[in-house]
Design a protein. Sequence first.
Lengths: 440, 292
Amino acid sequence: MKTSLKRLLACAAMPALLAGSAFAQDYGNFDGYTLRVKLIGGAQYEPLYATISEWEAATGATVQILSRKNHFELDREIKQDIAAGTLNWCVGSNHTSFAPQYGNIYADLNDLIAPETLAGFTPLLLEHSTVDGRLVQLPRHSDVSNLFYIKSLYEDAENQAAFAAEYGYDLAPPETWDQVRDQALFFANPPDFFGTQFVGKDEAITGRFYERLVSNGGAMFDEDWNPTFNSPEGVAALQWFVDLYNAGAVPVGVPNYLWDDTGLGFASGTVALNLDWGGWSAFFNDAENSSVAGNVGVVRAPKGDAGLRTGWSGSHSFSITTTCDNPEAAASFITFLTDHDRQMIEARMGILPTRTAVWDDALAEFAAAGDDFMVEVFSTFRTSMAEDAFTPPLIAEWIEVSNALWPRLQAAMVGDMTAQQALDAAARDAREIMEDAGHL
Amino acid sequence: MTPFLLLLPAILTMLFVVALPLIFSFYTSMTSYRLTRPETIEDFIWFRNYIRLFENPDFWRAFLRTIVFLAIALNAELLLGLGIALLINKITWGQRTLRTIMMFPMMFSPILVGFQFKFIFNDNIGILNNALQSLGLTTQAIPWLVDAKLAMFSIIFAEVWMSTSVFAILLLAGLFAMPRDPIEAAKVDGCNSWQVFRHITLPFLMPFVFIAMTIRSLDVARAYDIVAIMTGGGPAGRTELLWTMIARVGYDNARMGQANAMAYLSTILSIAFTYYFYTKLVAARRYMGGAE
C-alpha cells in the first residue's frame, strides 16, 4: 500500500516537475492553493494570460480570475472593494497613474520580491512604481509616446522645396514642437488630410498638456502643492493645441478623441504626424490594418520651449494586496508574469518591456528577422524610456485634478474660454481639491 | 394584527431593498465619504456637499441639460414608437418577424451602441461624414460630437435608436388589446381615419403611453453608457448630464459623499417626472372609465 501511494504521489508530481524544469527560476510549490486575482482585460493583454496555466503546472496552485475588465472599470471595482472591505483577493492589475489613489491596500514589494529579481528591471520604472517610499507595483510593461510620421511626405521633392520656401528651413522629421506646428500647418488640407492630431478628453488630454507644460519648463504644482499649471509655460502649452485646432490642422473632432480615434486616424493615412504610444507601432505597420504600412517613420518626441522632450509615461503593473492570505504565492505569480520569457511574448507584439535584458533580446530578435521598422521603433522608444520618460505627480489626487483640468482644456480649444481663463479656472478647482486633501 | 402580519414580508422587503439604501445614501451625502478612505464615512459635514452643489453652476447646467435630454429623447421615442406600432398593427403578413427585428436595438448593450455611434459620427474616419462628403452634400468635416447642438443631437439620436422599440412594443400591446367595436361603430357613423385615431385609438392608448413614459423616464439613465463613450460629457461640458457627472465624481474622483448629494438632487427630477406621468396615467384611465 505504501509503495503504491508513493508511486501515485510520484506520478502526480511528474507534470509539475516537468513543467518546473522548463523555467530558469523556481516559482515554489503552492499545491492546492487558489490564488484570487483581478486583471486588466483586452485583446493585447490576453496572450500573457494564456501562459498562466504554465505557472499553475509549475507550482500546483490554481489561479482564479475574478475580474478581467478595462482599467477604468477595474479601478471602480477596486474602489468599491476598498469601500466595502472586500479585498479578499491577492493580485490586481495596477497602473502608475492609478496606484497613488489606493492608499495602503497594496504591499511593499521590496519585502516580497527578491532583490536579484528587482535588479532585472529598469531602475527608472521601479522608481515610477514607488509611492511614498513603497514599491507598490511590479511593472509589467511601460509606455511613452514618440512621433510617428508618414515617410513619403518627407521624401517628396515638391514638399521639400515648398516647405523650405515657406518656412526657411529644410523639411525633416521635427525636433521641436514649434516645428511640429509649422509642418502640421504645411501638410494640412482639411477635411481630407490633417497635419497632426491629439487626444482631446479625459486624462488623455491632461497628460498631453502636462508633458507639454514640462517640456516648456513648467510644472503642475510647486513644492508646496500650489497649482502652477496656469503659468506662462502652461498658457503657451495650451495655446499650441488651440492654435492648431483653430487653424484646422487637426481633425475638428479632436476634443472628443481618445487613443483608438488617433490610432485608427493615423492608420487611415489621413494624418501626417502622430504622437502616439509604442504599443501602436505594430498596428501602424500592419498592411491588413493600416494604409500607411511600410511608410511609417518614428522619431523621439520633440522638444518644448525649455529644450526638454515630452515624455509622459506610465506602466501597467501588478500589485499584491496587504490582505492576501498567501503573499509568497502572489509574489511568485507576479514574478512569473513579468519574467524574461513572458515579457518577450509582449515585446514581440511591440509592447515595451520593463526588463533591461528584454530590450536587448527583443531588438536582437527583430534585427535577426530583418524587421527594420521594429528595430527603429524599439531603438527610439528605448532611448525615450531611459532619458525622457516621467510620470504625472504620484499623488492620490491626480485623477481628480485631471478631471478638473480637462474640461477647461477643451473649453479653450473650442473657444469658450481663452487659454489663460481656462487654466486659471482649472487652477482654482485644483486648489480646492488640494485643500480638501490636506496638501494646502 | 393579521393584516399586518400578512403585509410584513412586503414591508420588510421594501425596508431592506428601498428604505435602508435610501437612508444610508442620504446619510453619506452629508459626509465627506471617499471610496478609497472608508473611515471618512464617519466624517459628518451636514449640508456642505449640498451647499457646494447650489454654488456650482456646472451642476445646474448639467441638471437643466438632463431635463432637456429627457424631454426630447422621451418625446421623440414616443412619436416614433407610436408610428412604428401603428404601422406594424396594420401588417397582416410577417408581423411577428418584423416585431422581432424591431426589438434588435434593445438587445444591444448601451456600451456597444455608444461605440457604434461614436465611430459613425467620427468627423474624420466616421461613415456619416465620409458618406456626406462622397455624395457631394458637404465639403466640410461636420463636428458631430464637438459642436454643442450637434453633440446633443448625436447622443439623443443614439438613445432614440436604442430605445424607441420599447415604446413601440408597449404601444403595440395596447393596440392588440383594443376592442374593435368602437372603431367599427365610429366608421359606420362616418368618421374618417384621422378622427378614429384622434378620438378613439389615441385615448385608448394614452394609459399605455403614460405607463411607457413612466418606465422609460426611470430607465433612461441607461443612456449613461452611451453618453460616457460617445462624448464623456464633453467637450467642455457641452453634453454633460447628471449621470456622467455623478459617475465621475463618485467613482473616478472617489467622492461618494458628494456624488450621493448630486444623486439625491437628481432623484427629485425622477420623482417629478414619475409623478407627472402617474397623474396623467390616472387621468387617462379615468377618461376611459377605468378604475383609478
